[in-house]
Design a protein around this ligand. Sequence first.
Ligand code: FE2
Length: 372
Amino acid sequence: MYHFQLVPSIYEFEKFHEFAERFNISPEDVIFTEKLFYERYIKDKVQCRFIFLDDYGLGEPSDLVIDKILKDIRGQEIKRIIGIGGGTILDITKLLCIKDASSTEEIFESKIPLVRDKELILIPTTCGTGSEVTCVSVVDITKKKTKIGKRIDANFADSAVLIEELLDSIPENVFTYSSADALIHAMEIFVARTGNPYNDVFCKEAIKIILSNYRKLVKNGLEERFKYIREFLRAATFAGIALSNTTCGAVHALSMHFGSVHNVPHGESNVRFFMGVFKKYAELAPEGKLLELSRIINEALEIDTDLLGSFQALEEIINHLIPRKRLREYGVKAENIEHYVDKVIETQQRLLVNNYVELSRDDLISIYRSVY
Ligand SMILES: [Fe+2]
């Protein structure tokens, strides 16, 4: 049995004002964003209300931040909420749409009916998470000391809007980490045990777009990223469409816990586990979807080699664009690795069930050590 769905309407615009006009933004609407984007792209183009994440503290937002925002908007008449930002902003915007919610805990533990009473529009400013087309929110749950993803079916956006202009000054590291996150979504889902032929179409295309353009950037320098930004933005949404149907696997599972404990942003922490996991897959089961994946990589990079050769070429490209950093450099202690893995097994089953092949506790420890 296969089930595939694509819920939001998808729009592409070149400029923010084209979106504002088409969607007729009015004072009944609320935009949730960061001041940086407001100043640079939004302020003179719409008449509506704003909530700025910056007003709720800096750093990676947690459930505590969301609780404060929920408290502030309670009782307000809001017709539409428009989230404009990276994955975190979009994930939070989804939660702000839930009817009568007063805390993250209430939502994550389904203590209230998870229904929406506002229209939801999501606009990404990075080319990575695909959050604009999924109904999942990933939140750092302070009490549990880990990030947890919650799927809420009501939280598919009404519209996912891609606006090229919003990425016209995306910093180099935000670009590399977010596009690598999209690549990892596409690769993890392509080989996932609950994958399906419909996802495969979107995953393949995302992998091809990202890797063929990475190849050009390795050759010509990252300053050229703006030339291909629309393609990267689209590739992230393609991967997001797959992600809205199937969850990722071990790379994300390991990264969620590590990122939360060591305060490392999502894309960056994924990159640290990426090749460790795929090389382990190649060691355990060099067959089936993994061989297909190798063919896609070879085609995108215009090389002709075997599975290990493709992974090697992929790793070289990633290392070229994103300087390598070992987990010990983030403060991970060798003696804690087993405990970290146990925490991953305890809290990330939602993702681990989707590994290409089953990974035992020992396999996960060996992956951890390979990137330590
Ligand atoms: Fe991700």
